[in-house]
Design a binder for this molecule. Structure first.
Ligand code: ZN
Length: 113
């Protein structure tokens, strides 16, 4: 296996990094919406107004609205789970299996606490 004979000096290393590892600004354009004009990556939907080439493509939601939506989704999932647990009683044919399931649910609750 080939091994470098000498360690590269810090100056040499830095000269290499100055050319090879530089971070350049992406080519930015501006939003076509005259009311917005925010800097946008080319061929991308504007994150400020949700328009692409002057046409509304996505709905822009504020952080507070997003948080409210997340909360509502969580609550709905919880309600659905509770309803499912309550509806689990009706089929009485599988008595033994049902008892097993209830025990598992209890274990899950213990783990959470
Ligand atoms: Zn825009």
């Amino acid at each position: 296996m080939p091994v470098p004979k000498k360690r590269k000096s810090p100056a040499r290393r830095d000269r290499r990094r100055a050319n090879h590892d530089k971070v350049t600004m992406p080519p930015m354009t501006y939003c076509a919406n005259p009311e917005c004009g925010a800097p946008v990556l080319p061929h991308h939907v504007c994150p400020e107004c949700g328009q692409y080439r002057g046409e509304a493509v996505i709905e822009v939601v504020s952080e507070e609205e997003m948080e409210a939506k997340r909360k509502a989704r969580k609550d709905r999932a919880k309600a659905a789970k509770a309803a499912k647990a309550g509806a689990g009683a009706p089929p009485p044919a599988k008595g033994e299996k049902k008892e097993d399931k209830e025990e598992e649910d209890d274990e899950d609750e213990d783990e959470k606490k």
